[in-house]
Design a protein around this ligand. Structure first.
Ligand SMILES: [Zn+2]
Ligand SMILES: [Zn+2]
Length: 241
């Protein structure tokens, strides 16, 4: 007899759910319990909420009277899938705030790290992924002051005067063991970039320099990176605030 690969016990939970409000409320509770059991307590409430919204959607938008709920434990979180017999894929609609409930997918989209829908042979799957926050690198945070002669140099670029010039300097790069520290001194109008001071370990800033902005933009939030172009280390939004 040869051993065959089996799913890890306890890493997946699947159940048939009757789509009725009182049943959905009970399932919501169960989902939270499973997610806690798997060690993702911080995701329990969101997973329960997503599961109940997905199940409610089956009742509202399809003729299915039952559907299948699948909960899977992933390495950094959980995945909730609701499979029903309707091939009609869901769409996120503008909320009707006056209506009772009906926020469904809008709620899910706001809570989930990722979600999607896919047709299956018998209908469709709507799934949601919730992930625990990854350990983020920290910012350097090294501090120094802007020497008086560099304040004079910076004022040359500052039409608004000394008020716009940052004199308490703090390195915002990802924590680093080598290379110079960098701190923003003055933001310049687009597309000029910004005025930066750099300094060696244990030294003081000796010059200010104009550097172009890092062109990277956070793919989820759409916020730009606050560093200079080609900076070392992670982008602003990847660091622990
Ligand atoms: Zn630094
Ligand atoms: Zn960047």
């Amino acid at each position: 007899m040869t051993a065959t690969a089996q799913p890890l016990p306890g890493q997946c939970h699947r159940q048939v759910v009757e789509v009725r409000a009182e049943v959905v409320a009970g399932v919501r509770h169960d989902v939270g319990a499973y997610v806690r059991l798997w060690g993702y307590g911080e995701l329990a409430e969101a997973a329960a909420l997503c599961a109940s919204e997905l199940l409610s959607n089956v009742g509202k938008h399809t003729d299915s009277v039952t559907c299948v709920l699948t909960l899977e434990r992933r390495s950094r979180g959980v995945r909730v899938t609701v499979s029903d017999s309707s091939g009609k894929l869901p769409v996120v609609q503008e909320p009707d705030w006056g209506a009772e409930g009906g926020r469904g997918l809008l709620v899910v989209a706001g809570v989930a790290d990722a979600w999607g829908a896919a047709p299956t042979g018998e209908g469709k799957d709507v799934w949601v992924e919730l992930r625990v926050e990854a350990e983020r690198p920290r910012a350097c945070g090294e501090r120094t002051g802007l020497p008086p002669q560099l304040l004079d140099a910076a004022l040359y670029f500052a039409p608004g005067g000394a008020e716009d010039v940052e004199r308490d300097l703090r390195c915002t790069l990802e924590a680093h063991d080598t290379g110079d520290h960098h701190a923003l001194v003055l933001d310049l109008p687009d597309p000029a970039g910004a005025l930066w001071a750099s300094w060696a370990r244990g030294g003081a800033p000796a010059a200010v320099l104009v550097l172009p902005d890092c062109p990277a933009v956070c793919p989820t939030a759409g916020t730009p990176c606050c560093e200079f172009a080609a900076h070392p280390g992670a982008h602003t939004w990847q660091l622990t605030p």
